[in-house]
Design a binder for this molecule. Structure first.
Ligand code: MCA
Length: 518
């Protein structure tokens, strides 16, 4: 029987560190952190968190630049049984305020110098401690330098929360997806198996020691959970970059065994002349997710490198759901996201939750240990987002190919995915509608060569003779919205297209403006 300590996701992440001298995180032209040193620094942060009064179940909200220190803090939070709450790097004080008020953290960790930005919210939400953290800087590290190492790992129950990740939704209101130790550990184990990581639990030695080029942000599932969990649990090496730069990535991939990116990364790599086949021999998989990979990107990548990208499908509430085959590269196809991962049940259903006929289009529903049990402070959503038999309604529409692979064919909502980030139009419309000169607005996505889709807004002016300026509308929206959510273009229309029921026809807008960025 497994002990409670074993339910802590942090125990799984430790399993790979068999050789404490082996490199864990490497910053080119910077520091190399061995697994042993990583462990020591995490232990200091565990001591620090405990000294700040962070107790099991307490939320720790973190808005920091992507830094190795924030990885250490994440693992330390798991170890004390706290709930890690990453706030997107680009989130504005207004957005952060909403998350902090909802989650009521014990500790807020912000970027050095940002304390005044959060002061009002922190006071209103009764947050007890505020610290700052950046790359090798911040008051949390000052505390850590005085703290003693604490090797303990809190005993947790499988359903205790490990993290809350906020996503927006069709109503425009942010929802905090609650992810338990069980959810995250189950998903990590599925990926260790599906992508053949070298892991102690695997019967035979698999891939050998991996080296992953890490260019993703770590405030989302992809960069935080998928990339970090698999590499830490398998004792691999993470080549750490604070952000993605195509020329640098083309150079650094030489010597790596894995790459995980969003489609925009692949588009940018293909536009980079120095990205060449002869440098990629050691890479065992190029993995793509978070947004649909266009067929043309898949084919161009294969033509350039001789390699087929491994596309997989996931969402914040469920982790990774499906993956193209790892072992048979020739079976990977553009436009399909693969088969359900081990431990994930997937079905396609009609509006009533009945299975659709083979080959038919249905709503993608999933069940399994990796699926979140709902949203923080929103127990009522359980009834709308889950079927009575426990399947989660993903909001994506799909069709099963004859060989059982899933093809995503659309979304039930008008969500836009821009550069791998989900944007819900309602949230943007609520901001635009409040701006002076705007009568009403409709936000939609159009094809974009770099971002896949770009956010565009159509607005109707309150005074048609003196419509608001596009640039000032975008600048005003930017004050309350993270940059990726802001419309790249705003079009002023005399009226919004509506159907006979008075509903705005977003499809008409999308079709009319689909060449805006062509
Ligand atoms: C940055 N900007 C964007 C985006 N990213 N605008 C639209 N869409 C975006 N994705 C804006 C910034 O706000 C800024 O505007 C301006 O563009 C330049 O910012 P910069 O940081 O220089 O942009 P970049 O470096 O070119 O970033 C593009 C990017 C990045 C590399 C594609 O967005 C990125 O890392 N995307 C990956 C996101 C990701 O990890 N998704 C996983 C979600 P301003 O100057 O006004 O501020 S997890 C998920 O979906 C699941 C569950 C899954 O299956 O993986």
């Amino acid at each position: 029987m497994s002990s409670h300590r074993d339910h802590n996701l942090a125990s799984l992440l430790l399993e790979g560190s068999r050789d404490p001298r082996a490199a864990a995180i490497v910053e080119p032209e910077g520091e190399t952190l061995s697994h042993g040193e990583l462990e020591r620094r995490i232990r200091r942060l565990v001591g620090t968190l405990r000294s700040l009064g962070v107790a099991p179940g307490d939320r720790v909200a973190v808005q920091s630049e992507k830094s190795v220190e924030s990885v250490l803090l994440y693992v330390a939070c798991l170890r004390v049984g706290a709930v890690y709450l990453p706030l997107q790097g680009g989130a504005t004080p207004v957005e952060c305020g909403r998350f902090i008020e909802d989650a009521r953290p014990q500790l807020v960790v912000c970027r050095p110098g940002d304390e005044p930005r959060h002061a009002a919210t922190v006071a209103a939400a009764g947050v007890r401690e505020v610290r700052s953290l950046g790359a090798r800087t911040g008051s949390l590290l000052v505390d850590a330098s005085l703290a003693s190492e604490d090797p303990s790992i809190e005993a947790v129950a499988p359903d205790d929360l490990a993290a809350i990740l906020y996503t927006s939704g069709t109503t425009g209101r942010s929802k905090g997806a609650m992810l338990s130790h069980r959810n995250l550990a189950a998903n990590a184990r599925s990926l260790l198996e599906a992508w053949r990581f070298d892991h102690p639990a695997a019967g035979e030695r698999r891939s050998g020691r991996d080296r992953l080029l890490h260019v993703l942000p770590i405030d989302h599932v992809h960069g935080l959970f998928v990339a970090l969990h698999t590499l830490l649990a398998s004792g691999g090496e993470i080549l750490w970059r604070p952000r993605f730069d195509a020329a640098e990535a083309a150079r650094l991939l030489d010597g790596c065994t894995l790459f995980m990116g969003v489609p925009t990364h692949y588009v940018r790599l293909l536009a980079e002349p120095s990205f060449q086949r002869n440098r990629l021999g050691g890479i065992r998989a190029f993995i793509s997710g978070s947004a649909p990979l266009l067929e043309e990107t898949f084919l161009e990548f294969e033509a350039r490198t001789g390699r087929r990208i491994l596309e997989r499908y996931g969402m914040t509430e469920a982790g990774m759901i499906a993956s193209n085959p790892y072992d048979d590269e020739s079976a990977r196809r553009p436009g399909v996201v693969g088969r359900a991962l081990p431990g994930v049940e997937l079905r396609l259903a009609d509006d009533e939750g009945r299975a659709v006929a083979p080959g038919g289009v249905g709503a993608v529903e999933i069940r399994g240990e990796s699926v979140s049990r709902g949203y923080w402070n929103m127990p009522e959503r359980r009834a709308t987002d889950f079927r009575p038999d426990g399947f989660f309604v993903s909001g994506d529409l799909g069709r099963l190919e004859p060989d059982g692979m899933l093809r995503l064919v659309g979304r039930a909502s008008d969500m836009v995915i821009s550069g791998g980030l989900n944007v819900y139009p309602k949230e943007i419309e609520m901001v635009l509608d409040r701006l002076p000169g705007v009568g009403e607005s409709a936000v939609f996505g159009v094809p974009h060569p770099d971002l896949g889709e770009a956010v565009v807004a159509a607005v109707v002016a309150t005074e048609p003779a003196a419509p608001p300026e596009e640039r000032s509308l975008i600048a005003a929206a930017r004050e309350s919205l993270a940059g990726f959510k802001c419309p790249k273009r705003v079009i002023v229309l005399a009226e919004l297209p509506r159907n006979a029921m008075g509903k705005v026809q977003k499809r008409v807008l999308r079709d009319a403006h689909r060449s805006l960025f062509a």
